[in-house]
Design a protein around this ligand. Structure first.
Ligand code: HEM
Length: 116
């Protein structure tokens, strides 16, 4: 399995992707309220977690279901976030085959993020 770093094109690309995903998610009025009261460091950490978990193919460091349960996220919120992730990768000219892989991985996480 090729790692996140290689798939995105090295550390500067990972940094750019986290920045852009952060900007897009927090600029979206449907998503920003979920991060109210979450400190900046953790907000950025979240964007990194999403990228690593979706692109890196590593084992999950935390139980995603437990991490999101209190948020009661909807399909729309999930879709918007996934959309920002895909827009970010497309904007960074990530290989389309990698983006296809991301779509599949993101879809697989939906049941855990949304919960029962
Ligand atoms: C592929 C989808 C997602 C992945 C892989 C993911 C990953 C994670 C992880 C690993 C954590 C735990 C962070 C920690 O406590 O150390 C977390 C927490 C959190 N997630 Fe997500 N997440 C996803 C989708 C979403 C969505 C759609 C939202 C809402 C817009 C969201 C909002 C949050 C918030 C507010 C927290 C708590 C942040 C904190 O207190 O640090 N996540 N997520």
């Amino acid at each position: 399995m090729i790692g996140l770093l290689e798939r995105l094109g090295g550390p500067p690309a990972v940094h750019a992707a986290v920045d852009q995903l952060y900007r897009r998610v927090l600029a979206d009025p449907a998503l920003a309220p979920y991060f109210d009261g979450v400190d900046l460091h953790r907000q950025r950490g979240h964007m990194t977690d999403v990228l690593v978990l979706v692109l890196g193919g590593h084992a999950q460091p935390v139980a995603l279901e437990a991490a999101h349960a209190r948020l009661h996220l909807t399909d729309d919120v999930f879709d918007r976030t996934a959309g920002h992730l895909l827009d970010t990768l497309a904007d960074l000219a990530v290989d389309p085959t990698v983006i296809d892989d991301v779509i599949a991985r993101v879809a697989a996480l939906r049941p855990q993020i949304l919960g029962p």
